[in-house]
Write a protein that binds this ligand. Structure first.
Ligand code: MEV
Length: 444
């Protein structure tokens, strides 16, 4: 029977597990056993992982897979991907191999600006604030020197502060929009710390500044926080090849290379026209992006939130990728904002994130942005290629078959028989179960 508990966070991990098993499971003993069995065997490692969040009970495993053969700007990578969806890594690897033979992925960084905001209410005339804003800016920068000095040494820091006037939409609402360069770190903590200092300094500045009326001294800071929308922290990835180089792939589908290229480009245009398709199309891109972002210890919610806002930047949600088929050349590209880092946060703390970055050659944040964008583009290429040729289910169900066989407790021999049988049949849960039952009866 479930019950309210106070002070749960103060219990030891063992007591937390015991309480949960006794209060939220009909059979406490096996539940307790499950939570205990997924602990890391090394208590020190487990302590590090437990430290990531409040009330950690155990670990939740997801596979860390590798997509090899990614040629990006002439350099070969084996890319780590953490994802549960069966066909994603296979599709990324296959797309990587396809483009490996066609010059690989080309990427460039278009910008690295991160953003933060101080939202505040102010009772005076906007003109007054605008007039004294150069002094405010100078003061805020001076008063945050102790926080920004280190980042400045690394080549970053606060690069701009703008005053935004939203009083037409909300009485008295202004905003400081602050631009940051955070070098190899994602920079969330740095940005939020500086913004909170800016908020304090702004209040202080207005109370001290000579010649202001009482109303003009009256400021109410509502909140100070980074913005996850970073349209100028942008990376561009593209692939291109002569259309003729689709010949073999097209022939296998009973098409010619031009038909295939045009079908592909039409599918991408559909995702630019229709938000329903665009959402699924972009989800395919994020299958690849999130998997690498998670593997490298970055914040995939931030990356997703930003990418979707960017996809709707002209007022309608659209495909993040685009495709042209012109002058015998196929070109497929992706522009995506990616605020990620390779130092700080979980990148050094999580033992597997550390290994993931190591296998990528300890990249800078710029390099990681390019790798992530290339994987997003590869994933999108793989999905759309399947959709306009065989359909998605063929590859999907092939991978999903393994999950179904595991779920049904198939042994090695049964799995091999099922894999052979379903290589020519569509597999569903019912058909796999029926196959196993029949196979087991035959073998008995
Ligand atoms: C499935 O996870 C992703 C796809 O739906 C993407 C797409 O439709 O482009 C296959």
């Amino acid at each position: 029977m479930s019950s309210v508990i106070n002070g749960f966070s103060k219990l030891s991990k063992q007591d937390k597990i015991k309480w949960l098993a006794e209060n939220h499971f009909s059979d406490p003993a096996p539940a307790q056993q499950v939570f205990e069995s997924w602990q890391h065997q090394d208590p020190l490692q487990q302590k590090v992982i437990d430290g990531f969040t409040e009330n950690a009970l155990t670990n939740f495993p997801l596979p860390l897979s590798i997509a090899p053969n990614f040629l990006i700007n002439g350099k070969l990578y084996a890319v780590p991907m953490v994802i549960e969806e069966s066909s994603v890594v296979a599709a990324a690897s296959s797309a990587a191999k396809f483009w490996l033979e066609r010059g690989g992925f080309h990427c460039t960084i278009l910008g690295t600006v991160k953003l933060g905001q101080v939202h505040f209410l102010w009772g005076g005339q906007a003109k007054v604030l605008e007039t004294i804003f150069p002094d405010i800016k100078k003061y805020l920068l001076e008063e945050s020197q102790d926080l920004t000095a280190n980042m400045e040494k690394r080549g970053g820091g606060v690069t701009d502060i703008q005053l935004m006037n939203f009083t037409q939409l909300e009485p008295g609402y202004f905003q400081l929009r602050v631009s940051f360069e955070t070098c190899d770190s994602m920079g969330a903590n740095f940005i939020n710390t500086v913004l909170e200092r800016f908020a304090q300094s702004l209040e202080h500045f207005l109370t001290q500044y000579p010649g202001l009326s009482d109303a003009e001294r009256d400021i109410e800071v509502i909140m100070s926080i980074l913005s996850n929308y970073t349209p100028d922290c942008l990376v561009h990835a593209w692939v291109e090849c002569p259309i003729a180089s689709f010949a073999e792939l097209a022939q296998n589908q009973g098409m010619d290379a031009y038909q295939l290229a045009h079908r592909f480009a039409t599918a991408v245009r559909i995702a630019q026209i229709d938000p329903y398709r665009a959402t699924t199309h972009n989800k395919g891109i994020f299958n690849g992006i999130d998997a690498v972002v998670i593997a490298t210890g970055n914040d995939f919610r931030a990356v997703e939130a930003c990418g979707h806002t960017y996809a709707a930047r002209d007022g309608q949600y659209r495909s993040l990728s685009s495709c042209t088929v012109e002058n015998d050349l196929f070109r497929f590209e992706l522009k995506i904002p990616l605020a990620i880092g390779t130092v700080g946060g979980l990148t050094a703390l999580h033992p597997l994130a550390k290994s993931a970055l190591e296998m990528l050659g300890k990249p800078s944040a710029h390099e990681l942005m390019m790798i992530v964008a290339a994987v997003g583009l590869a994933q999108n290429f793989g999905a759309v290629r399947s959709l306009v040729t065989t359909g998605i289910q063929k590859g999907h169900m092939k991978m999903h078959l393994t999950n179904m066989l595991n779920h049904l407790g198939a042994n090695e021999e049964e799995s091999a028989a099922a894999q052979a049988y379903f290589s020519k049949q569509t597999a569903s849960f019912a058909s796999v179960r029926a196959f196993l039952e029949q196979h087991r009866n035959l073998v008995l």
